[in-house]
Design a protein around this ligand. Sequence first.
Ligand SMILES: [Zn+2]
Length: 508
Amino acid sequence: MKMYLVLLSALWSSALMAHEIHIDTDTLKKNLGQSSSRAIFSDKHRKIPPESLAVPSVVTGGRFNENHINRAIAEWSLRQVNDSLRLIDDPWVNEQILTMSAQMNAQVRTQALFALPIIHDDNINAFAVPGGLIGINTGTILSSETMDEVAGVLAHEIAHLSQRHYEQRQDEKGKLMALQLGGLLAAVLASSVSGDLATTALIGSQTATAESMATHSRDHEREADRIGMQIMSQAGYDARAMAVFFGKLYKQVAHLQKDAFIPSFVQSHPLTAERLSDATSRASQYPVMSMIAKNNHAKMFDKLSWRLKYLTKQASMTDLKNASSHSLGAKLAWINALSDDGNTKQALQLLQTGDFERTDPLVCITHAHVLAKQGDHTQAVAVLKSCHALYPERRDLRLHLASELAQVGQTALALSLVTPLTNQNNHDRQAWRITQQIHEKSTTNHTSSAIYALHARSQVELWSGQYQGALQSNAQAIKLAKQHPNLGLLSMLESSKQAMIQAKDYKP
Ligand SMILES: [Zn+2]
């Protein structure tokens, strides 16, 4: 059924979103080693006036109605993504990517980003959806060589949002935007269902309309590059890295053009030599980053890339061990992998002898992970508490600490950590999942714990796009609440039911 829907909506769509980057990682890695005989930057570098480096003004958001519509689109897209794709739900990885993106987003948008799912997929891909949802594949992060290259991809997506490229298309082409959105998500979903299916779906979606919009897209692409570099630089990232990463992608596209079996979306992908030439000469006008910033970013990327390799099982125990002699990120990943294997003794020894900053959140999380694997939840709570005291706002520490507190029966304290998260972002599926676990473990007032657990479960189901399940859990909760009248609780459940029905019936 899902496959059918994906195909159907791909055929229905007019085109793949112009800015989507979707390239096979293996071929890219292969090509990176080769020096391309093609002159990629063959066109003469154009002169870019210095005023184009000026600070862009913060976009103060469109009309209320438009924001409202965009929010609904972003919510629907998140439920689709959650339903169909394998995501990286590691709170630390999510925190890193979201913090980086939020810094850049704040340079040009007054609205916070809505969500930033990290998709467990080796292909290089990233996309943005109006309303502030940005998706990025693990393949994009692991094909990058610096934190700034990752930032470049994210900045480009943020720029598409801030420049309202989607809304502009809607104005010009009527309903086209919604159709394209369907196509974008279909392509994203199809690519992780099966590579072959993705190719079929994408070729099927190639229409005359897509071609007529290509020029328009190229302008948007260039603008997203230009604004993206500005916001990177303002947020303290190396704007040059964007041109470097897109240059690597272009090599891949150039290689594919010699191939007889190119998916058509690659041909129409507006990553042109001209665009790259512009990006490269623009990038060269930005100041080179300081050594301090460079070192900090390198440390961040070392931890991020090794943790992702560990989470996606792309590094063997031997790989981790070998790399740990020169990389703290690899050492932390090795410690995690050892404790998953039941070797918590060696893991703890490595933690004690390693050159680790005790207050580093990832060190705390790793330490707690080893202790929890050992069954020592009390110690895990102590380690996470000391770190949480230093960074009370961090979502990753809140989620880990809440889970461990639930393990030792401190459910009230655990709830006080996660409730602000679900209040702030009702779509925080992982916070709802932990909320459910906490209520299930709670030993006080069974009926209300059961109602709250059912409510949390219904939210997990809702944000996973499982509407029937969500409505069933909600109905069970309502039934219980009616037996033990609690008006406040009942009206909360009723309004949550209305929201579920609305979500179920929503069509972008
Ligand atoms: Zn783009």
